[in-house]
Design a protein around this ligand. Structure first.
Ligand code: PLP
Length: 347
């Protein structure tokens, strides 16, 4: 049985085209900078993001950590949203490994932190305080419904950073989803930032890997940090080959995931017992809650769906997330839609 897996877009397995590219990849020792496929992936990434240089890393978590460590020294402080992935889900790496302090500001439901609140968080020059060094934002904002930060907002935060002599980092794990949703180029969207990370291994379907982009000097620093963190890989071209296919063939199709998320959401809002945190999904995620009239509990829903070959995550604080991706095609969407109707209309 082929599962329909809605738990995340990280579950996406490589496509046949990727497996073929991996099998045939030209490789070399990437720690020596001699892997032609990694070099090609890095050049392509830098070009698409409009930055001077790029670095291939094993995961988004290492990408954010290496970027932040390249920007900051011990005792420095970053300003970061309370619903950001780096703050919530990266094992506190910036503090544990970097000795970096976090000034946490509140994400609004649309994924933003108002620029005046970011500005108010910047420390005065005073021996009592840590030194503010970096502003971090996340686009798309995962815990805020996969919401999209606009170019205007990003420019506004960039202006605050510049005015105060700070750097700005974008956790763009799903930056291509954001760019597609806005109808802008990724380069334009991240132009105000000094650095950006994005994941190849989510909706872009590659099996492994993320990319950090920035200027030459910054990427050189990040390269040293990657080595320190144990992320220097050798014949990584077998992985990078899938990343190249991802960037060349998987970006434009993200709109299909967004379209399917909207169509499933349209069905779900009509069902008794289900409420959506965001009635129109901004990108590829649906966040739903079961209310008092729901015919079944969240746990029951997970079990009944599993019986039908559909995997969904257990509820987190009453909230459940469904994620669209390459392997959820029209047929799968129809099955999921039918399964929801059966459980909520005919229970
Ligand atoms: C998935 C994700 C990451 C981390 O990526 P991993 O490859 O899982 O380490 C970082 N930020 C956001 C917003 C993510 O969704």
């Amino acid at each position: 049985m082929r599962w329909i897996d809605l738990r995340s877009d990280t579950v996406t397995e490589p496509t046949p085209e990727m497996r073929e590219a991996m099998a045939n990849a030209e490789v070399g020792d990437d720690v020596y900078g001699e892997d032609p496929t990694v070099n090609h992936l890095q050049e392509l990434s830098a070009k698409m993001l409009g930055k001077e240089a790029a670095l291939f890393v094993p995961s988004g978590t290492m990408g954010n950590l290496a970027a932040i460590l390249a920007h900051c020294a011990r005792g420095d402080e970053i300003i970061i949203g309370d619903r950001s992935h780096t703050y919530l889900y990266e094992a506190g790496g910036v503090s544990a490994l970097g000795g970096i302090h976090t000034f946490v500001v509140e994400n609004r439901d649309d994924g933003t932190v108002p620029p005046d609140e970011i500005e108010a968080a910047i420390r005065a020059d005073n021996d009592h305080f840590p030194i503010t060094r970096l502003i971090c934002i996340e686009n798309t904002q995962n815990r805020c419904g996969g919401s999209v930060l606009s170019i205007d907002y990003t420019q506004e935060v960039g202006r605050v950073a510049k005015e105060h002599g700070l750097c700005m980092h974008i956790d763009g794990a799903r930056i291509f989803n954001a760019a597609i949703a806005l109808g802008v180029s990724p380069a334009e969207l991240v132009a105000p930032a000094d650095s950006v990370t994005f994941c190849l291994s989510k909706s872009l379907c590659a099996p492994v890997g993320s990319i950090i982009c920035g200027d030459e000097a910054f990427i050189q620093k990040a390269h040293r940090v990657r080595k320190m963190l144990g992320g220097g890989m050798r014949q990584a071209g077998v992985l990078a080959a899938a990343g190249v296919v991802a960037l060349e063939s998987m970006v434009d199709r993200l709109r299909e995931d967004h379209f399917r998320a909207c169509r499933l959401a349209e069905t779900l809002v009509e069902l008794p017992g289900i409420s959506l945190d965001y009635e129109t999904p901004a990108t590829n995620m649906i966040f739903l809650r079961l209310d008092a009239e729901a015919p079944i509990s969240g746990e029951e829903l997970v079990r009944r769906f599993a019986d039908k070959g559909i995997k969904i995550s257990a509820s987190r604080g009453g909230q459940m997330r469904l994620v669209m991706h390459y392997w959820v095609d029209e047929g799968a969407l129809a099955q999921v839609t039918e399964a929801f109707k059966e459980l909520f209309l005919h229970a």
